[in-house]
Design a protein around this ligand. Structure first.
Ligand SMILES: Cc1ncc(COP(=O)(O)O)c(C=O)c1O
Length: 461
């Protein structure tokens, strides 16, 4: 099997995930073995390079056996600030999943399509000739729709022209925020486990990361650790609620404590709220809506999860003008503007009636029940997930040595894909007992996955 494309970043929306060097080494080794393996010719390289040895123009310097007589092997190159992020093994994992016919409850994107009215709006915009560069910070219609939605959700009135910036997905909102507002050596506090683009983007911004680990069963914020992590060099705290991968939602009490620490110490908050409409057990609270916080908060969001259109990559950042200035500076030189017709369609999406959001929650509630009940029946210890379309479980009852070994076993022997959570931690050890499943799949797929696990996954402890 040949890889047609290099998947170079480690973003979830692209599918890949990142392993620390030792984890990557072990997992890739076993995948190479089991793949049997037409890529053994690439074994002089780390295994991730095998995936980029064909079809990638970007990395065409890496030769295959076929062309080794004409090309010399050249070491892959990457700037120091991204060196540690080059080990993505998603392609190998996908290959393994395909080889074993595994049901994919790993990747966080729906296997069903977004709503017709939004797709129609995109087609209409294309036909109407809305196809040239958009205004850099968003087409006016979308900026207004984002501002109106934010008002409905938070009660806050923001100026669509001065406080809303449309980006290429939340991923770009994250990058523009970090690159536009963080200086070299500024400290930024992260809560692990965390969405992988945070660490890479902070690294590009030259930030120093201070990481605080949220621990099961409730993944609550260790307030004392947070207090002692804040210093005079702390520029920002990054939060994600509802939280990928745990499904935790930050409580009002936690947000209040974080808010007062930020005000006291003059610290910014960057808040990733892409799962805000997937809150099941409690109401989502936006940090920006807390007293005194709007002035120091960048709220980042996108269309993908709420409208099951993860491939459209329309996102936005909402922030007061003095913070919008910095993030727009970065946005101008990252992408300048975002896909024009999709912005018009996104505006139509955000004007959906409330019934759309209610139905979305109802649907996901049913899917969640199938997966959670199923996982419990299989014998997992399932941690409560209040929001997102993820659920984290303890895999140790099944006797595998760590999350990587468990996921490998699950793919090969059971035929189901889950995500090892160690990829979400600075210290992979912290995630070794946990794996993440997603329920953003149709009900038939979820039931089939549960059935496979019930039939074949045997408790060993
Ligand atoms: C927490 C979190 N933030 C951001 C993103 C990326 O969002 P987008 O696809 O809009 O760039 C994801 C995607 O999985 C995510 O889980």
């Amino acid at each position: 099997m040949q890889m047609s494309q290099c998947i170079w970043t480690s973003h979830e929306m692209l599918g890949p995930f990142r392993f620390g060097p030792s984890i990557q080494r072990n997992f890739s080794k076993s995948i190479r073995r089991s793949a049997g393996d037409s890529r053994s010719r690439a074994t002089s390289y780390p295994s991730f390079m095998a995936a980029i040895s064909t079809g990638s123009t970007q990395h065409a310097a890496v030769s295959t056996e076929d062309d080794s007589t004409t090309k010399t092997h050249q070491p892959l190159q990457v700037a120091k600030r991204l060196e540690k992020f080059k080990t993505t093994i998603f392609t190998q994992m996908s290959m393994l999943a395909i080889k074993h016919g595994a049901i994919n409850l790993g990747q966080g994107f729906p296997n069903f399509d977004g709503p017709e009215f939004v797709k129609e709006a995109a087609i209409q915009a294309i036909k109407d000739g809305k196809n040239q560069y958009a205004r850099g910070y968003g087409v006016p219609d979308l900026n207004s729709a984002v501002a109106s939605r934010f008002k409905k959700d938070t009660g806050l009135e923001v100026d669509p022209e001065k406080e809303v910036t449309v980006t290429s997905g939340c991923t770009e909102a994250i990058a523009a925020t970090m690159l536009g507002l963080i200086n070299n050596s500024d400290e930024v506090i992260l809560f692990a486990p965390f969405y992988d683009s945070y660490e890479a983007t902070l690294s590009m911004a030259g930030a120093k990361i201070k990481c605080i680990t949220l621990r099961p069963p409730d993944f609550s914020v260790p307030i004392d650790e947070l207090k002692s992590a804040i210093s005079k060099n702390t520029r920002a705290i990054l939060i994600n609620t509802p939280h990928n991968p745990t499904g935790k939602m930050f409580t009002r009490e936690e947000l209040n404590v974080i808010a007062s620490l930020c005000i006291e110490n003059d610290v910014l908050v960057f808040t990733d709220e892409v799962y805000d409409k997937l809150s099941f057990e409690m109401d989502h609270i936006s940090m920006a809506s807390l007293p005194g916080m709007y002035e120091r908060t960048v709220t980042m969001n996108s269309l993908g999860k709420t409208f099951s259109l993860t491939g459209w990559k329309i996102g936005w950042a909402i922030a007061p003008p003095h913070l919008t200035w910095g993030l727009r500076q970065a946005h101008s030189f990252l992408t300048f503007a975002t896909c024009t017709p999709m912005q018009y369609a996104a505006a139509a999406a955000l004007r959906a009636p409330e019934s759309y959001y209610e139905e979305l929650k109802r649907d996901y509630g049913a899917k969640k029940a199938i997966l959670v009940e199923g996982l419990k029946a299989v014998g997992f210890k399932v941690f409560p997930s209040s929001g997102t379309y993820f659920v984290v479980v303890d895999h140790t009852p099944f006797g595998l040595k760590d999350d990587i070994a468990f996921c490998e076993y699950l793919i090969k022997e059971i035929g189901v894909v889950a995500i090892p959570t160690s990829v979400f931690y600075l210290n992979p050890e912290d995630g070794k007992n946990l794996v993440r499943f997603t329920f953003c799949k149709d009900e038939g797929t979820l039931r089939s996955a549960v059935k496979r696990m019930k039939e074949k996954l045997l408790l060993r402890n």
